[in-house]
Design a protein around this ligand. Sequence first.
Ligand code: NAI
Ligand code: AKG
Length: 366
Amino acid sequence: MLEIKATESVREGSIFGQISTMDHEQLVVCHDQATGLKALIGIHNTVLGPALGGTRMWPYASEAEAITDVLRLSRGMTFKNALAGLNLGGGKAVLIGNPSLKNEAFLRRFGRFVESLGGRYVTAEDVNMKTSDMEYIAMETRHVTGLPQIKGGAGDPSPVTAFGVYMGMKAGAKKAFGTDSLSGKKIGVQGVGQVGKYLIEYLVKEGAEIIITDIFEDKLKEIANASGATIVDPNVIYDLPMDIYAPCALGATINDQTIERLKCAVIAGGANNQLKDEDKHGKILMEKGIIYAPDFLINAGGVINVGAEYYGDYHKESVFAQTEKIYDTCLGILDKAEKEKIPAQQAAIEAAKARIEAIGRVKLPF
Ligand SMILES: NC(=O)C1=CN([C@@H]2O[C@H](COP(=O)(O)OP(=O)(O)OC[C@H]3O[C@@H](n4cnc5c(N)ncnc54)[C@H](O)[C@@H]3O)[C@@H](O)[C@H]2O)C=CC1
Ligand SMILES: O=C(O)CCC(=O)C(=O)O
């Protein structure tokens, strides 16, 4: 594989510039006038298997923003799937527009595009996409997973994602505090959506002191009532002293504007692509002595779940057992980073690439 760098601003305006900078195989542009579908499918790497990754729907401010998002997200899936030990490559899709655009025809048209790729890309849920949306997509393609249980699927993967994040958080705590107990630890959860709300359940059971924030006040009140968490303003979370910061909303929250404000010992959360510039911000976190549990390593529970469903080999216990291994993998990566004096993100990417390269050699023709 080429040496890859995900920079904050890849060469804007040049599609090939961007996909070569991040070493993608394919970027698919899908359009349908009748339904208003505007979709991008990013296939980063298929050495380990079909590129599996969810579809996100978002009202992107520009096409450039959507392209950058799909490229960063699909690249992250390559490393996530490799480190989780899955025989899956990395891909992701984004649907441009307000989620209210979604209807049966819109989703089925998207399913036709997924089908046209012949299994090189397998879709599932991401932000603003639900198991019920997968049902419509499944009417047009077999290459979809994350279906509702009543339709023979494994249902919402978020509880498994949250369990993996919890495992990664405990590994980060072990490294930072010498114990993986979260009892009494002050933990800030940013985003109380699907992943955040299930993560909070684990933190409550451990007796952590929880701070929560979200842009939707109703969700916050409901979760605060159930968990005893303290609500804070979304802009204030970066300035509060806390033991662990758990980003569980959208990506790039660790950036030039926030990184100097963070007063935590550990960062461990479910959001994809937390570092806006992975080289620069990964290095600054290391210099500040903040333990960073790489996002794509610790949020792999969801893809472990939907991957098992896709291969028709779904057993809840084994999915949770595989996800539990995130604790050991994360500790191993944090140790490697410390020993080699490199950022944890870099250590994790190196480990993922090593597996892709080794298995790629196994697959050479006879
Ligand atoms: N659901 C899953 O199984 C997986 C999710 N992820 C990632 O985890 C993250 C969260 O995913 P979900 O929980 O499924 O999405 P979600 O849409 O259910 O939850 C995200 C929450 O973040 C909140 N939010 C958005 N912007 C915010 C801001 N500026 N400040 C505070 N809160 C904000 C939203 O209001 C929402 O409640 C995403 O980055 C997703 O890609 C990664 C792996 C699997
Ligand atoms: O969890 C899912 O639904 C699929 C995997 C994925 O897209 C992710 O891990 O970001």
